[in-house]
Design a protein around this ligand. Structure first.
Ligand code: NOJ
Length: 534
């Protein structure tokens, strides 16, 4: 097997810092809180922590509106706290990955204050300013991802500025070389401080059509849909020239040893894989969100795994994601029983897994009434189910008041079930979801074939998905029952012989022999080490 990098062997874990661990009683998580929980993460077995934005911000979009790229918001701590976190993480061989938000700044960023000061300001061109349309309206039909037009009129200078997200998140002009140079220096600033890489926010948005042509209508748009679905974003995102911009980012990353570049990209597979870059000069890991949108059926999962696996370019490394801070929780999407099988799938597929905090204990969406919403998207387009607060609620550490998350009043409510669904309880129960995650992660580490082997589908019939992970050294079979009914005598390829390494059903004996066929209980997944390659 070729030598692999840490981000190929390892497992990423996303921390949403506001909701992980508070140490100063303000009800909002902080850097000292993450540091206090490092031993938990080590025991879980993950390798790298990606932290959503921690930079000074007015928090209009909870940190995705950055007012200073090289600082820490006092809410989270300061640079000393950050340095302590890096030091203690590295002492435990954990990597720290930051969220880099280059597409837009906060409207409170000093660059934007200068840019909007006058048409003549040297930073005017750092952002995207356009004259009104002949009727005085916005320059084109582009919509904001959070509802309404993506253009805001600035009466002082008589022009509109573009913001793919909130009015308070003006887009930077990446065609301007000074912007690019300034942002490259931001990456260097953090890498020099020891940061191991970046998850790049909406990387496919960085370049827009040079002529600002209208987006075409979306034929699938219907009543009740978010505004952003009115048009297909073919002119406002995913432009061919974005790849040269990303290659420049990658070159900066490569100035430092062993760093990783991850890109957030919501695109169909054929366009997604372009983000590995020509000659692999793009992102190391363009996030693969296929499992987030997939329907939970064996043929569908098999199809998307095959399509993705085949589309990843030669030399490119695959990855898989089950959830993040923008998506409904996996346990709520597919149900608690299936979440166990989903965990097994995530941790046995070919490609780097990324976990979302709390999914390892089966945290579910917490219903938040529209009038209590914090998320600006819910506030702008209320009642459509777009809000992201439900998947951002505080981590459930134990049964003490506020689940051990804070001594103060948590910024979002705790789940109603936190006294029974929490880390402390599940650590005591080997049969818990947390116990399963720990076993799966340990198994992935103990059997290199699970991170480095090839993928081969065996069966995707009815509700059963069976696949192999193979290398010159070992062969592992994974069989997943996606349904709530027993699956008797699933035929396996002729000559299949092996022993069970792990089941999602804790009472199936490990080392149980498997020969020729397999029966699975409802929602059961098993991993079988084969005696010989098939
Ligand atoms: C994607 C982030 O994940 C999301 O939380 C944020 O609102 C938008 N980008 C805008 O930065």
């Amino acid at each position: 097997m070729a030598q692999t990098q840490w981000w190929q062997r390892g497992i990423f874990y996303q921390v949403y810092p506001r909701s992980f661990q508070d140490t100063n009683g303000d009800g909002i998580g902080d850097l000292d809180g993450i540091r206090a929980r490092l031993d938990y993460l080590v025991a879980l077995g993950i390798d790298a922590v990606w932290i959503s934005p921690i930079f000074p911000s007015p928090m209009a979009d909870f940190g995705y509106d950055v007012a200073d790229y090289c600082g820490i918001d006092p809410m989270f701590g300061d640079l000393d706290a950050f340095d302590r976190l890096i030091e203690e993480a590295h002492a435990r061989r954990l990597k720290i990955v930051l969220d880099f938000v280059p597409n837009h700044t906060s409207d409170q960023h000093p660059w934007f204050a200068e840019s909007r000061a006058s048409r003549e300001n040297p930073r005017r061109d750092w952002y995207i300013w356009r004259d009104p349309a002949p009727d005085g309206g916005p320059p084109n039909n582009w919509m904001s991802n959070f509802g309404g037009p993506a253009w805001t009129y600035d009466p002082a200078s008589g022009q509109y500025y573009y913001h793919a997200f909130l009015t308070q998140q003006p887009d930077l002009n990446w065609r301007n070389p000074q912007v690019r140079a300034a942002m490259h220096d931001v990456l260097r600033f953090w890498m020099a401080r020891g940061v191991d890489g970046f998850r790049v926010d909406v990387i496919w948005h960085l370049m827009k059509d040079a002529n600002f042509r209208d987006n075409p209508p979306n034929p699938e748009y219907g009543p009740g849909d978010a505004d952003i679905r009115r048009f297909l974003q073919t002119r406002s995102t995913d432009q061919p020239d974005v790849h040269a911009i990303i290659a420049e980012l990658r070159a900066v990353i490569d100035e430092y040893e062993d760093r990783v570049l991850i890109g957030e990209i919501y695109l169909p597979i054929d366009r997604l894989v372009a983000y590995y870059g020509e000659n692999l000069e793009g992102a190391h890991l363009p996030f693969n969100f296929q499992l987030i949108h997939a329907s939970w059926s064996a043929p569908r999962l098999a199809e998307l795994i095959a399509d993705y696996d085949a589309a990843v370019p030669e030399g490119g490394w695959p990855n898989w994601v089950l959830g993040n801070h923008d998506q409904p929780r996996i346990a709520s999407r597919i149900g608690a029983r299936r979440a166990r099988v989903a965990a097994m799938l995530l941790l046995t597929l070919r490609g780097t897994p990324t976990m979302y905090y709390g999914d390892e204990i089966g945290m579910e969406n917490v219903p938040i009434a529209t009038e209590d919403a914090h998320d600006p998207w819910e506030k702008n387009e209320p009642g459509l189910g777009l809000g992201r607060d439900p998947e951002r609620t505080p981590m459930q550490w134990d049964a003490s008041p506020n689940a051990g998350f804070t001594n103060g009043r948590p910024w979002l409510p705790l789940a109603a079930d936190f006294t029974t669904r929490n880390v402390a309880v599940q650590l005591e129960q080997p049969a818990s979801l947390l116990g399963l995650y720990r076993d799966l992660i340990a198994l992935r580490r103990a059997h290199p074939v699970l991170h480095a082997g090839t993928y081969r589908k065996i069966t995707a019939l009815g509700d059963v998905l069976v696949f192999l992970r193979e290398s010159a050294e070992e062969c592992v079979l994974v069989a997943l029952n996606l349904a709530g009914t027993v699956q008797d005598d699933i035929p396996l390829p002729p000559g299949t012989q092996g022993r069970v390494l792990l089941s999602t059903e804790p009472d199936r004996p490990r080392e149980e022999r498997v020969e020729g066929h397999l029966s699975l209980r409802p929602h059961e997944g098993v991993i079988v080490a084969l005696d010989a390659r098939l």
